[in-house]
Write a protein that binds this ligand. Structure first.
Ligand code: MET
Length: 777
């Protein structure tokens, strides 16, 4: 292990001590107080004053926690009632016309209306924040958009922090990223490019910057993560123009432009040459390439560099020695170097110390936001005062890392031997698709346009109560299982009566499609308090894939077999796929993701084979996350798709030719993974299509996709029930792209969030539509 060069460390302390900072912290509070306060406000249980009071107290506690840990410069403006991109839209006056009256009447209610919609007005669209599991609200812009500055919230939060005695740095979404994340407003041409509004937006940012300076900001951080994706020369020119103009302002704080989630690449020289005073760069994972690229570009003479050396997106302890080595190299490349996490700590849970049930051996390897803050402070101290000042801490860190490297909890020789022995043939079905299709046709005897669902049926209040009762000890395991069995009985009965062709058991026993499996896998952990914001007041607890993965016993066979015992029709086995299991978990960082994916795939392969042996003739392996984990840079995609598709095939290829493998993905945009979808070699794929008028069917048809497809004809994201005519029209549209022999009829996604009344009506209509269209064939 190399440590920071003592000579460079002395140089830094002579100039200025390295500062520890972060770009943002988890918003929810130790007990998700924010969620409760906001939802209480929505339900009318608390008033706005009480909500503001809770929020201010949480911010105060967050800053105090940071300051007490030794963070020198705390962020402001990272806090949000819903989403920071929505906050930015409000800050620049980009309120859609349909929401203006509500915002004018009451800014807080108007804000929530933009986020969630009302009875009469649709919300902004929501989508994933880069390749994280956080969702932001998509700004809607058009040629007529008139921006206007409203710095109230940013100024108020800055003043709060300053009044509490903190050195504070407001954090804003930068103008280029804001525009690149926006989409054309309804009614505006699809090809409208929001970036063309840059010259109108910059004066608004100038005004906000002046207001923040007047309120006491010495530095302001502008987040530009959009610059880590592949950008066109025009986009890079716009970036150069933006920062030339903002840099030239006289009435402004010093500017720190932050990037994260990958390397800056072509945008690095653009920002390095701009007249901003500082850059924040990610030096973790693939973004580690920022280091040589920065050196090659001649560094950042005269500028401040904030070095994101602590991974802000995973839950593992930092290798402090390695980080100090990186920091030591960086010292020669900038005027001063400060230390941070790679991105906002929004993406990790708050405090690993709250996890009392985790094996203490394993707990040593975990770092949530609180622990990462301590690592950042330690590194800043080591950089300023020399490694001698943190000797004991470095030794403890080495011991923790060594305990992980050698731990039998993380290393299972049997699992390793098995992944090492995987051959190309293991990830290939034993027969080609045409032969399989014929065998499956004979075995299943399905009609043309078979009707099925995606897996889950409504997760009713009774089911959730039963689970809570079981956890609280109010009912025992037997009583709980009785309730699950009753539910499965009803779900099967309904599907038979409604006339569906391939049935499901409805997933009533699953708390969550990832957690349910993680709880049963060796090598995976689940947390009690490890909440991470997904969107708005929705928080999830991603499992932690800590060690080599294996499946001690079957996970789904019992309920699937029970469901099958109730009907003559085929019941689909239902599993979450390996790529999605990884995407929605915190994945170990001490081996390539491809290796973890392979272990997961083999564990799931055993389950697939056990289902087959128990009589399942149809097995679905869901991969809704295949596309969202696609790397931000095109150059990294091929490698990802290679291991991801291999993991899916490894999971599903051990079955007989006459066992039908389904997969499901719920999004309509996947032009960029068409080839990968083909590589999965699934017999049947179901996709989201209802909202986009079966566009996926057209795309797959045009691409010559050779296997069976179920483009969703029922949009389950809305309480609307499609009538027979509407579903039939969509099916006919599907038939224009996919021949009847290969077209399935199904909803867009699982039904767990819907109510029984809608589900009953919608599925009956789907069956009727399928019969009507079949008759016309
Ligand atoms: N089988 C799962 C369900 O129906 C698939 C969900 S994909 C987000 O709920």
């Amino acid at each position: 292990m190399t440590l920071a060069k003592e000579s460079s460390v002395t140089a830094q302390s002579a100039a200025a001590a390295a500062r520890a900072t972060v770009y943002g912290v988890p918003r929810q509070g130790p007990d998700r107080e924010l969620k409760r306060a906001i939802e209480g406000y929505w339900k009318g249980r608390t008033d706005a004053a009480a909500l503001h009071g809770t929020a201010a107290a949480l911010r105060r506690d967050n800053w105090r926690r940071l300051a007490e840990a030794g963070v020198h410069e705390v962020p402001t403006g990272d806090f949000s009632y819903y989403d920071h991109v929505l906050d930015t839209a409000v800050m620049v006056g980009a309120v859609p016309a349909r929401h203006r009256a509500a915002v004018a009447a009451d800014p807080l209610d108007g804000y929530f209306a933009m986020a969630r919609g009302t009875q009469d007005v649709a919300p902004l669209e929501m989508t994933k924040w880069f390749d994280t599991n956080y969702h932001y609200l998509v700004p809607e812009l058009g040629p007529d958009t008139v921006f206007s500055a409203d710095s109230t919230t940013q100024v108020a939060q800055l003043k709060e922090a300053l009044a509490l005695g903190h050195t504070a740095r407001p954090v804003l979404v930068g103008p280029v990223t804001f525009l690149l994340l926006a989409k054309p407003a309804p009614g505006v041409a699809d090809d409208f490019q929001p970036l063309t509004l840059l010259d109108r937006l910059l004066p608004v940012y100038a005004e906000v910057l002046a207001d923040l300076r007047a309120a006491g900001a010495r530095w302001v951080q502008l987040d530009e993560p959009a610059l880590v994706a592949d950008r066109t020369p025009a986009e890079l020119n716009a970036t150069a123009r933006a920062y030339r103009q903002l840099g030239a302002l006289t009435d402004r704080p010093q500017l720190l432009v932050a990037s994260y989630f990958d390397r800056l690449g072509e945008a690095l020289p653009v920002l390095a040459k701009s007249p901003v005073e500082g850059l924040a760069l990610d030096f973790t994972g693939p973004a580690a390439a920022n280091l040589p690229e920065l050196a090659a570009a001649g560094g950042l003479p005269g500028k401040r560099l904030v070095a994101g050396v602590v991974d802000g997106r995973n839950v593992w302890i930092n290798d402090l020695g390695a980080s100090l080595s990186t920091l030591g190299t960086l010292l020669g490349l900038a005027d001063r170097v400060d230390v941070a996490a790679s991105c906002s700590l929004l993406h990790v849970p708050l405090d690993a110390a709250a996890e009392r049930d985790i094996d203490p051996q394993l707990a040593r390897w975990l770092a949530f936001a609180v622990q990462k803050t301590e690592e950042i402070v330690t590194l800043a101290r080591g950089l300023s005062e020399g490694t001698g000042a943190i000797t004991a801490r470095l030794a403890a860190n080495r011991a923790d890392l060594a305990s992980r490297a050698n731990s039998p909890l993380a290393h299972d020789p049997a699992v390793r031997a098995r992944t090492a022995a995987v051959t190309e043939a293991d990830a290939r079905r034993s027969a080609a698709y045409p032969e399989r299709a014929a065998a499956q046709h004979d075995r299943l005897g399905l009609p043309l346009l078979p009707v099925t669902t995606i897996g889950s049926f409504p997760q009713t209040g009774e089911l959730r109560t039963a689970r809570a009762d079981l956890r609280a000890g109010r009912i025992d395991e037997t009583a709980y299982e009785g309730r699950i069995a009753t539910e499965i009985h009803e779900v099967i009965g309904f599907q038979e009566r409604a006339g569906l062709d391939v049935l499901v058991h409805g997933e009533p026993e699953r708390n969550d499609m990832v957690q349910y499996f993680a709880e049963q896998l060796t090598g995976a952990l689940t947390t009690r308090h490890g909440w991470v914001q997904s969107y708005g007041t929705r928080y999830v607890r991603p499992p932690i894939l800590a060690g080599d993965l294996s499946r001690p016993e079957p996970m789904t066979v019992r309920w699937t077999r029970y469901a099958q015992s109730l009907t003559e029709r085929p019941v689909k086995g239902m599993l979450t796929g390996p790529v999605t299991m990884l995407a929605w978990s915190f994945v170990r960082d001490d081996q390539p993701q491809a290796e973890t994916a392979r272990q997961m795939a083999l564990a799931l392969r055993d389950e697939v084979q056990d289902l087959e042996a128990a009589g399942s003739s149809v097995i679905q392996v869901d991969e809704p996350a295949l596309r969202e984990t696609l790397p931000l840079r095109a150059a990294e995609r091929e490698e990802y798709l290679a291991w991801a598709t291999e993991a899916f095939r490894l999971t599903t290829s051990g079955v007989r030719p006459d066992t039908q493998i389904h997969t499901h993905m719920c999004y309509a945009e996947f032009g960029d993974i068409l080839r990968a979808i083909d590589e999965l070699d699934a017999d049947v794929i179901s996709l989201e299509a209802a909202r986009s008028h079966m566009r996926v069917a057209d795309e797959l048809g045009a691409a010559g996709y050779p296997r069976e497809v179920g483009p969703g004809v029922y949009d389950i994201h809305s309480p609307r029930v499609p009538d027979v005519a509407e579903a039939a029209a969509l099916l006919r549209k599907g038939l224009s792209a996919i021949p009847a022999e290969r077209l399935w009829v199904n909803p867009d996604c699982g039904l767990k969030t819907r109510g029984w009344t809608e589900v009953r009506a919608a599925l009956e209509n789907l069956v009727a539509a399928a019969r009507e269209v079949r008759e016309g064939l």
